[in-house]
Design a protein around this ligand. Structure first.
Ligand code: NA7
Length: 565
């Protein structure tokens, strides 16, 4: 089979990969995107479970770079649902004629850097590809986290994981069980309760969730957004969360209890868990007392909504409000339905799956026609650990990250030249699309700078004595020189970034709570720093500052000085 040869291979056709494709095509490079899915969407392609929706508002859950499209592409409700995200990305692909550069149903199996040839040799399910640049847009939340429960192979009913949901399903009249009550579980449970015969929710640790307050958007609202779009993106890209709401600078402890509860109540009515955690007061995520005030407010809400006191008690979280904040469309109310039952796995853990359902430690078998595992993801490095990526001297990324996953600016790794991750470990926790744009623009910028330097040096005849060549010779020399470019993070830059991320993470209450944020949900992974928690604006500043300083933290490209212009 012929080897496909490219300037750049991008893995993943989600928000990040598509924008990377668009950007590198603009630079005039030969680029291809591969994706194991049958169409665009990335994480959103697979997470097609009932109720899947973004909890960042629709106006900020899209690309910022196509200003004309921003004015015209429609959305109907405050939050976009999974089918709408797919429709939007298909629209972008069509609008910019990207589809012919994407190869679907092609799995990324691994890659090795050929130091002599200065190229990445990539194994895919459709054969080998060679590329000067390898850019992975695998998604933060992509690798499925199947729970380690005995009997998964024994169960005879329908068994699904939310992160790889079938395109068609029919749960009407069925006895359904959902294992997991995180973001995903909360969405599934709220969405299907009314359609199924019975719904049994298996909850290990309860979490705090805030009403999303979804609903249709008016023409006036849309007109206002359209008018303000430039200012909105400025705000998104300089704010901490990037989610499009104002972030308070006021401490929750600097106001009276009455005022605090008024603010909480107003958010409960108008919606959004992310806003509740990051928008209302400056210190809910960092100050124990402020956090506890928010917890008390939500716990009281649970008690007032859920009619059965025992169910309310089981649903009430005891930990700080310091896991990824959840948003719901009537979650607590769902437990007032006759056909919905909550099983508290703290009291009665799952023992195994039997042929007929789930057996808990009280000896009870919960008979189920369908089991939905909403047990989350092996986040960040999980997607990388499942393939073999080999850099200099044969070192694998898995080995490089054996003690801790580290990157420079969430994108580059020392010893892995010309390899970039779009939102690798130690990227900003924020609204995802603008964060991906920042990565893509940084990666495109460094590649463009290298290209420019090569061209300048060719014209100037400073590289390899190319002066005096005719056009054909110069083009051939250009291709050879282009191949010599190696963009590679310095080990000390990677170590400094890790230290910075560690310092930021450990200052928050989030660090104290076990969750996928830190890899605690995956057996054997341990509690690790995986995010940059300094905010999206600060993250972007770090990228921009590195670029402005001539890609500080990277080795000189092919020996050419690449300092600030
Ligand atoms: P999460 O947030 O990791 O939630 C997974 C849920 O599954 C959580 O309630 C877990 O309980 C539960 N879980 C995991 N393993 C088990 C086992 N073995 N037995 C019982 N329960 C289990 O994943 P999500 O998919 O909900 O959300 C991830 C992100 O995707 C989300 O933050 C959004 O950004 C999109 P636990 O709480 O650990 O006790």
């Amino acid at each position: 089979m012929a080897v496909t040869k490219l300037d750049a291979l991008v893995v993943g056709a989600g928000f990040g990969g598509l924008y990377q494709l668009y950007s590198l095509l603009k630079l005039g490079l030969s680029v291809k995107v591969i994706d194991q899915a049958g169409d665009v969407g990335g994480t959103w392609y697979w997470n097609r479970y009932p109720g899947a929706m973004s909890d960042t508002e629709a106006f900020a859950y899209r690309y910022s770079w196509d200003k004309d499209d921003l004015q015209h592409y429609p959305w109907t409700e405050r939050y976009v649902k999974q089918p709408e995200v797919l429709a939007y990305l298909r629209h972008v692909v069509k609008r910019h004629d990207l589809r012919r550069h994407i190869q679907f149903n092609t799995e990324f199996l691994g890659a090795a850097y050929d130091e002599a040839g200065r190229l990445w040799r990539v194994q895919t399910s459709s054969g080998v590809m060679e590329a000067h640049y390898l850019i992975t847009a695998l998604g933060i939340l992509n690798a499925t986290n199947w729970p380690d429960i005995p009997g998964i192979d024994v169960y005879r009913g329908e068994l699904y994981h939310t992160s790889r949901f079938p395109e068609t399903y029919d749960f009407k009249g069925k006895r359904v069980g959902v294992v997991g009550c995180g973001s995903t579980g909360v969405q599934v449970i709220s969405a299907i309760a009314k359609d199924v015969k019975t719904l049994t929710c298996f909850q290990r640790r309860p979490q705090y969730t805030i009403p999303a307050n979804d609903g249709p958007v008016s023409k006036e609202y849309r007109d206002r957004i359209n008018k303000d779009y430039d200012a909105i993106w400025d705000h998104v890209k300089t704010s901490a969360s990037g989610m499009g709401f104002e972030e308070s600078k006021v401490s929750a402890l600097s106001v009276s209890e009455e005022e605090r509860n008024r603010v909480f109540e107003e958010c409960w009515r108008t919606g959004n868990g992310l806003r509740f955690n990051f928008g209302l007061f400056a210190d809910i995520a960092t100050n124990r007392e402020a956090n506890e005030a928010a917890c008390v407010f939500i716990r009281n809400k649970i008690r007032s909504i859920v009619k059965d006191p025992e169910t309310a008690r089981k649903l009430t979280p005891w930990e700080p409000f310091a896991r990824r904040p959840l948003c719901d469309t009537g979650y607590y109310e769902t437990f007032n339905r006759e056909n919905v039952e909550l099983v508290d796995l703290k009291a009665t853990p799952i023992v195994e799956l039997t042929e007929d359902g789930i057996q808990t430690s009280d000896g009870k078998t919960h008979e189920l026609d369908v089991i939905i595992m909403a047990t989350g993801f092996d986040a960040f490095d999980g997607s990388y650990n499942r393939v073999c990526i080999r850099g200099r001297n044969g070192e694998t990324l898995r080995d490089h990250w054996a003690i801790r996953p580290s990157t420079y600016l969430g994108t580059a790794v020392s010893g892995f030249p010309n390899f970039f991750m779009i939102s690798g470990p130690l990227s900003a926790f924020s609204n995802v699309p603008p964060a991906l744009e920042m990565h893509v623009e940084f990666i495109t910028g460094i590649i463009a700078r290298a290209k420019e330097l090569v061209e300048e040096d060719l014209v100037g005849g400073r590289v390899n004595g190319t002066s005096g060549m005719n056009n054909g010779e110069a083009a051939a020399a250009a291709a050879a020189i282009k191949r010599r470019v190696e963009l590679e993070a310095l080990p000390e830059a990677e170590a400094d970034w890790f230290d910075k991320c560690t310092e930021l993470c450990t200052k928050t209450l989030y660090w104290e709570t076990k969750s996928w944020f830190w890899g605690d949900n995956v057996k054997g992974k341990g509690h690790r720093v995986l995010f940059f928690l300094g905010g999206l604006g600060a993250f972007n500043n770090a990228l921009l500052e590195a670029a402005a300083a001539g890609y500080k933290g990277f080795r000189p490209f092919c020996g050419i000085w690449h300092g600030p212009r």
